[in-house]
Design a protein around this ligand. Sequence first.
Ligand SMILES: [Zn+2]
Length: 214
Amino acid sequence: MNAIDKLIKGHIDFRDGFYHENQAYLQELGCKGQSPKVAMITCCDSRVDPAIITTSKPGDLFVIRNVANLVPPYVEKTSSWHGTSAALQFAVCHLEVEHIIVLGHANCGGIRSLFASDGGTAEDSGFIGAWMRVIDEAREQILADPSLVTEEQQISACEQQSIQISLNNLKSFPWIQERVLKGQLELHGWFYNLVSGKLLKLNETEAAFQEIYD
Ligand SMILES: [Zn+2]
């Protein structure tokens, strides 16, 4: 079965299964509009599906996906196309979500590209190279850290450190900052290990990731 036939069969299974079993809920959701409490910024990586790993239903999560789950700063100097920022504005100012989660993950190809021999600056790195500049600061700090010896250690550190940078960048948006200060919006950093299936949460005070299960 080719990839498209597989999707069509999967859709038929969805119609006969999940849709049929949740028809009333899905129809009401479709007619009344969405009111998710949580916006989640995740990587495009096909192995990281936020709804599956949190057992969420349609309508629960406002998902913003991009390469390496990055949030650019409020003032983007190098781009005129603000896809992630526009989605954030919709989630925060129109849907009034109560939480934003930056969900990073292990074995991220986008982060790995930053540690290629050319530092991701080759001409053919194109859009990806330019986008990954959002976390240049993390890359530089990691390369200067003598405790991170191997490339794998550097990549792992960057996967987690980039989440803190994205949280800092979220706070640079005035309409996010205002809601956080009023206690209307909380920001969270999560990290998903796609091999063990475990989630970690960032403790910003201690600058460390901890088990999410306590
Ligand atoms: Zn990724």
